[in-house]
Design a protein around this ligand. Sequence first.
Ligand SMILES: [Zn+2]
Length: 312
Amino acid sequence: MQKEVAFAAKKVIVVVEEPVEEAVIRSDPNRTLIPGLIVDAVSITFDNLGEAAELERGTWPKDIPLGQHYSVTRILPTILKMLDELGLSATFFVEGLNAELYPQALQGIVAAGHEVGYHAWRHEEWHKLSYADEVRILERGLPAMSKLAIRPYGFRPPRGALTASSVKLLKNLGFTYCSPAGSSSGISEGLVILPFEWPHVDAYAYLAHFGSMREKFGNSHTPLSPAHFHANLRSALGKVVQNQGYLSLLFHPFVEEKEEYFEVMYSTLEELRTLIYDGTVWSAPCREVAYWILSHPIDFETTPSFDVQHPV
Ligand SMILES: [Zn+2]
């Protein structure tokens, strides 16, 4: 794949021409803005916050007040603490409604050095939206977040698939990148595509209703054990080390409530950090990887592969 070549080429340059600088980079865990010395890229990403998706699905109990969801009050602080301990920066794709319900939480994410991306207003199933609804939902989130001085440059579609209009629309609204489900990164109509793969998603591994999706990717219909998911993530990191290009790890705060799940996430990120220290892998929020790709278009000429569905 072309991105393998692109990233691999950088690795050769690092090793052959810049041994001193490489040593400097190894000692800096936050070396997220040093393009030109990059090998392979991993982004740590989180999707969903609060009750937005449950409101959209109509499953949020009417008698429970909004603005006190455990994923924000309890899990998010634990995740931020973990990232701080490990010296890693991540991208949080959150629904726009959270800008109204949890303004301080979103500002806290940014203040801790992470990126906030957009994940629809209330987790609307993206590929099912009409063009007018897509426009409305994208346009609603931007001013809500800009009131908090947050400008999302990236978008991840709930359920992973875009519509045929999404790429152009996102580009026109000033987004730099998009992170749908898919298998290879690159540039599409001026928009960077940084795909995630379902087997690298905690919800895919652990939640019962992802059974048919698991079968589609060769796993069991029944949820995977934490050890099994951990092995999947390890093998994904291993592939990145072998110059497989870009990897987006995807966790959900509401899923990571369970201690054994959290432990898998923590250990995986510790393993990632070791790879970073070794100078084997670059880890950065999606926005920085997108910037890297945009500034090296010649290395990313192959059309990216990602999920687009047409409404039925
Ligand atoms: Zn989601």
